[in-house]
Design a protein around this ligand. Structure first.
Ligand SMILES: [Zn+2]
Length: 255
């Protein structure tokens, strides 16, 4: 399995428009972060988790040439605003793109992208999707691989993370119930969010994420959904435990 970090930044992306914060002005490419998303490929399958406003650019830069499914964590714009840009995949693959999300999220996307979900009088240039409802406690299959949803809390909003074999992708986590943590047993690579050093009402801080990693004990952990307020990539990375890494855009890992 290969995991390609398409974007590792918080909702506004880094640099933030108009910001003169030193991290936003950094010349280090690892301090430039598009909105969070990962491309996961294994045994001939190619899926992307979340589809934010940078999706088109991310597909071009990564060279992702096939999309077998989109998995959505939640409806916030930094995770969904790029949905229109699945069009090239729809045209090239000549079939509806499967999209997996919570019922609430599918309902939200149907409102915001009604022309994509429309079944009648459809504009010929619009893409089409097959919507699959994800329910907590019910694994679903892509190809021959089971995907396990993991429920977390993002403030008061329910969010899904996903386990694919021994890879777990969790983002926008502030709270997670013990029963959900139990689903992470034996994980080799854990991706988890950390926004900044200071606490936040709907995101893990760096310390929250490190405490969580210590609890879960993955072989390796990668931190994502990062704000410029976390600091320079190079400096933050130096102080992390040996099996914990700050993810950065275009990082590829194998497991
Ligand atoms: Zn987010």
């Amino acid at each position: 399995m290969q995991v390609y970090f398409l974007g590792t930044g918080t909702s506004q992306g880094i640099p933030v428009i108009g910001s003169d914060h030193p991290v936003c002005l950094s010349n280090d490419s690892k301090d430039k972060r598009l909105r969070v998303s990962v491309w996961v490929s294994w045994e001939g399958y190619s899926i992307v988790i979340d589809c934010g406003p940078d999706f088109r650019q991310q597909m071009l830069v990564s060279g992702c040439a096939r999309l077998d499914a989109l998995l959505i964590t939640h409806e916030h714009a930094d995770h969904t605003a790029g949905l229109d840009d699945i069009r090239p995949f729809f045209f090239q693959q000549q079939k509806n793109i499967p999209i997996y999300a919570h019922e609430r999220v599918l309902f939200n996307l149907e409102k915001r992208f009604d022309y994509i979900f429309a079944t009648e009088d459809k504009y010929p240039g619009a893409p089409s999707v097959d919507a699959f409802e994800v329910k907590n406690g019910t694994d679903f299959m892509i190809g021959t691989t089971w995907i396990r949803p993991i429920e977390v809390g993002h403030g008061s909003l329910q969010v899904f993370g996903y386990r694919i074999q021994d890879f777990v992708y969790l983002t926008d986590v502030k709270t997670i119930a013990p029963a959900e943590i139990a689903k992470l047993a034996g994980v080799k690579v854990l991706v988890i969010n950390a926004l900044r050093l200071e606490p936040h009402h709907s995101h893990f801080s760096l310390q929250d994420a490190l405490d969580f990693i210590h609890l879960v004990q993955p072989e390796r952990a990668y931190i994502t959904h990062i704000s410029h307020l976390l600091g320079f990539h190079e400096e933050v990375q130096k102080n992390l435990p040996p099996n914990v890494y700050l993810a950065y855009d275009n990082l590829k890992i194998n497991l």
